[in-house]
Ligand binder design. Structure first.
Ligand code: FAD
Length: 505
């Protein structure tokens, strides 16, 4: 007899974990299975790996690299793109070519917590055209509030410092005109809590809340099953009936039944799983969207005397007290999301260039909002990956409009540099996929017209009980970091699923 669950969630990243927490909070205990292909790195229960001691961090990254899709084949070129720690590239042999047609830096993670075991925790709310206009604004705002609680989002993760105050003050002076108070330049909302040596970063241990504790999970009927690949979703006549799973250690394959299935398996592997399940709406895998990214270094006002705090590990001129500051996206005036980061919070390692003067250097990351287009897509055209799932490749490029926006990003770098001090060196355009913010590939729509994969409640069009979650569901062109939005949409979807469960009782 197959096991029977009320709800099965595929993927234990912040979205899958958010699904699980919301279902249990709103419904009360029920039989919920959270399926994760990867392992719990160092048995840390979904903690952000950046919180671990250096030797444990190294061991956790090594464990992540042993996941079958992450293992590097022999004979790769030396000049290939390298994945960031804890992630692996969709194409191990991708080169850093200016031609970004196949999105060379596209990456994934497979472990408890997904990418959020490794993320940088910036959690801004979207604004203007970034928001989804066909969802009721009040409902969205309420869901953002819950998502902020689940992720433990705050603006005081870093203690105040003269550098951080200077940055926000100058940015408000030079980029604040015409903005409402909540969209002024400000400290970045971060998923963290203050700690003695700096912020303690949120992972899915935080998102799961009480369910992070195995005893509480058992009490509430929740099971986290790691090292388990979902091979396909079982369905007939517009209803899912369960899923087919494979234990990756033993190779054992088995089916489990469920009243509801929710998939949060990232922007590439959610479409992959649907494709493998023969659920292939026209928009599946299309409208793939990544945020073109430009980075630069900025030296703060050279005419001031700064008390800098040198980084103990590197003993260089990195400033470790500026925290993270944010210039929010603003439709026509500022179609970018800007984050200014002290070096150790930058997800992209930037070489600090300093003349030894002790003046603080911060990293500026600019994300642009790319226009979603059907032709930017995930293509399944035969073959299998190392786990026996449909192999995919990416077809993707920037339009003329996207390229002109990218060019404007250089002007913005100059303006930010002039506002705060001076730009050091030349801004760098990063290869497509570097943002790690892949959206649109199973996007939500207001009507089933072939341009979306799921409805406003996150259910796959034509299915009663199959919900999707993650950045791939976001239909709008966004520049801001998407995880908060994805968790907010998961909260709304979970509420809908609970209402369905109640109706069926
Ligand atoms: P993921 O976290 O990707 O989790 C998906 C999980 O599904 C994975 O663990 C995977 O193993 C599992 N899975 C996939 N397929 C299957 C299957 N068939 N069966 C079973 N399991 C499966 N975002 C921000 O908003 N702000 C930031 O500052 C930020 N910084 C980042 C910095 C870094 C270095 C990285 C790596 C990411 C960053 N991100 C950031 C991105 C952020 O981590 C992701 O947006 C977020 O984790 C997406 O959550 P998710 O739950 O949808 O998917």
């Amino acid at each position: 007899m197959p096991e029977v669950f009320d709800v099965i969630v595929i993927g234990s990243g912040p979205v899958g974990s958010g699904f699980a927490r919301r279902i249990i909070e709103q419904n009360g205990p029920c039989k919920l299975l959270l399926v994760e292909a990867g392992e719990d790195l160092k048995g840390s229960g979904g903690t952000n790996i950046r919180n671990l001691q250096p030797q444990d961090r190294v061991a956790a990254y090594a464990q992540a690299e042993s996941f079958p899709l992450a293992r590097l084949p022999d004979g790769l070129p030396d000049n290939r793109l390298k994945a960031r720690p804890g992630t692996f590239l969709a194409r191990h042999d991708a080169l850093p070519e200016p031609d970004d047609v196949a999105m060379p830096a596209a990456a994934m993670s497979s472990n408890v917590g997904g990418m959020a075991a490794h993320w940088t925790c910036a959690c801004p709310r979207p604004g203007g055209a970034e928001r989804i206009d066909f969802l009721p604004a009040q409902q969205q705002d309420a869901a953002f509030t819950v998502a902020e609680q689940y992720l433990s989002v705050r603006q005081d993760g870093f203690p105040p410092s003269p550098q951080a105050d200077f940055i926000v003050e100058r940015l408000r002076r030079d980029f604040g005109a015409g903005r409402t108070p909540n969209r002024l330049p400000q400290p970045m909302p971060l998923a963290c809590r203050p700690g003695v040596d700096g912020p303690i970063w949120a992972g899915v241990d935080v998102v799961l809340g009480p369910l992070a504790d195995p005893a509480t999970r058992a009490e509430k009927g929740v099971e986290l099953r790691t090292g388990t690949l979902c091979r396909s979703v079982l369905h007939s006549n517009g209803r899912v009936t369960g899923v087919s799973l494979r234990d990756l250690a033993s190779g054992r394959e088995y089916n489990v039944s469920s009243g509801i299935v929710m998939i949060a398996a990232d922007a590439f592997r959610t479409p992959q799983l649907l494709y493998a399940s023969n659920i292939r709406p026209d928009a599946l895998g299309r409208y793939l969207n990544d945020q073109p990214q430009v980075i630069s270094l900025i030296e703060l006002d050279p005419d001031r005397q700064w008390q800098t705090q040198q980084d103990a590990e590197t003993n260089d001129q990195r400033d470790s007290v500026t925290g993270v500051s944010w210039i929010p996206y603003a439709d026509d005036d500022f179609p970018f999301h800007a984050q200014l980061m002290q070096m150790d919070t930058s997800p992209i390692p930037l070489e600090p260039k300093s003349d030894g003067s002790g003046r603080p250097v911060v990293g500026l990351g600019l994300f642009a909002a790319k226009q979603p287009r059907a032709e930017d897509r995930i293509i399944f055209d035969g073959g299998e990956d190392a786990l026996g799932m449909p192999r995919f490749r990416l077809d993707y490029c920037l339009s003329e409009a996207d390229r002109s926006l990218q060019a404007k990003a250089h002007d913005v770098v100059e303006r930010v540099g002039a506002s705060l001090g001076r730009v050091v060196g030349k801004p760098i355009i990063l290869p497509a996929g570097t943002s790690l913010h892949y959206q649109g590939s199973y996007r939500m729509g207001s009507v089933d017209d072939g341009t979306s994969t799921c409805d406003p409640n996150s259910r796959v069009w034509g299915f009663d009980n199959l919900y999707l979650g993650g950045n791939g569901i976001i239909p709008t062109p966004t520049a801001c970091n998407p995880t908060l939005t994805a968790v907010a949409l998961a909260v709304m979807a979970a509420d809908h699923a609970v209402a369905m469960m109640r109706k069926q009782q």
